[in-house]
Design a protein around this ligand. Structure first.
Ligand code: UDP
Length: 389
């Protein structure tokens, strides 16, 4: 049995979701019992307090001071700053990572987080120099240079934009595969008829359903967006997924809504909810965008986290599958372009749904899983060496 170790951090829901998608895909493509996967939050499981709680800061920072996040994103581009950052990560998390590598003895290490790259490669080289180190980038367009470690064995990236950035930051082209954003294979499977799914959620089967999400943390002006949907004057219904944002969940559940509405916290059945929905309003999270495209649903992008999500907006809007709707009035105008006053989808809706299906890459996780299996069969693989950042 081959052991696959995934490194993530729960900064948002996307990294864990991508790792879980890859585990599910490996279970589909490998012989039964051939691989054992473990997902490790490299911040929580390797360091003592307060350093193990660094990832917990992400949600509050992007929610309450997104400008601060954007500032630190771009301020850490220059090479000397990245060198300091990498040295810090190695110092704080290196000993714990080395312990995990010694205990787990993985046959391959797969990073699904932009901070678990160069420092991890250094530690892995010291502890298990023959172990392949693979990086799966989970930003659709503007991936931070921290993601790129020229000596990783292989890179899987979601788009040509990210492939170009990887080459710019020193990753040899021969090691880069454009596979798509890894989403759970369930998103590509039939979920049932939307009318039946709506009924199962307690919503009317004949009204278009607007699904509002804000990533794993419930980030963004979800309440204002829900109110815009309610004020659109269209015969719609509404579902708001608040993720781990408990305060938002309490507020929205206590509110009276003038249209059929379901409010929930963090849920595990997003594939079914997206299949039930007719349109999605979301921040520009890469996982949610890729999932909605696979479901063939047009998107209204309400906002983006400055930094890594900025490029996601133009990527999906230019692709014809989304409107950028930062203001409530933009949401109302977009909904009137997508549905007529009787709630029937317009030709514009059909065109955007077709663009969404064209942009979708439902098999990305399976493609990456097959690549990982190939690497596991091809050992010894190139040795990761500590790259200069
Ligand atoms: N998600 C989920 N349950 C929820 C809310 C979100 O499973 O209640 C998943 C969502 O389907 C997606 C991920 O969390 O796979 C969010 O990732 P994304 O990249 O969109 O945003 P992030 O949370 O990383 O900012």
């Amino acid at each position: 049995m081959k052991r696959v170790l995934f490194l993530i951090a729960d900064t948002g829901g996307g990294h864990r979701a991508a790792a879980e998608a890859l585990v599910a895909a490996l279970e589909q493509v490998a012989e039964p019992g051939a691989v054992a996967c473990r997902i490790v939050d490299f911040m929580k499981e390797t360091a003592r307090a307060p350093f193990n709680r660094a990832g917990d800061m992400y949600g509050p920072v992007v929610n309450y001071a997104p400008w601060l996040w954007g500032l630190s994103f771009y301020a850490t581009y220059p090479r000397p700053v990245r060198w300091i950052g990498t040295t810090y990560i190695e110092k704080v998390y290196g000993a714990g990572l080395a312990r995990i590598f010694r205990e787990e003895r993985p046959d391959i290490v797969v990073s699904v987080h932009g901070l678990a790259t160069t420092a991890v490669a250094r530690v892995l080289r010291r502890v298990a120099p023959q172990t392949p180190f693979v990086v799966v980038v989970t930003d659709l367009s503007v991936a931070h240079p921290f993601w790129f470690c020229p000596d990783a064995t292989a890179y899987y990236v979601p788009s040509q934009d990210v492939a170009a950035r990887a080459r710019r930051y020193g990753v040899p082209a021969s090691r880069i595969t454009v596979a798509g954003q890894p989403i759970h294979p369930r998103f590509g499977e039939p979920q049932g008829h939307p009318a039946d799914l709506k009924r199962a959620f307690g919503l009317p089967p004949d009204r278009p359903l607007v699904l509002i999400m804000g990533g794993g943390e419930g980030t963004g002006p979800l309440r204002a967006q829900a109110e815009a949907v309610a004020q659109s004057g269209l015969p719609l219904s509404l579902m708001v997924v608040c993720g781990r944002n408990k305060r938002l969940y309490r507020r929205l559940s206590a509110q009276e809504w003038p249209l059929p509405t379901v409010v929930c916290g963090f849920v595990r059945d997003i594939p079914t909810r997206m299949a039930a929905a007719d349109v999605l309003i979301t921040k520009a999270g890469p996982g949610t965008i890729a999932e909605a495209l696979t479901a063939g649903r047009p998107l209204l992008i309400g906002e983006y986290i400055p930094g890594q999500e900025a490029g996601n907006v133009s990527w999906v809007v230019d692709g014809g599958a989304a409107f950028y709707t930062p203001k409530p009035s933009d949401i109302i105008a977009a909904l009137h372009q997508l549905f007529d006053t009787a709630g029937r989808p317009t030709p514009r809706y059909e065109a955007m749904a077709a663009h969404a299906r064209r942009m979708a890459q439902p098999d990305a996780a399976l493609t990456i899983a097959r690549g990982l299996l190939d690497l596991l069969g091809d050992r010894p693989a190139p040795t990761p060496s500590a790259a200069a950042v």
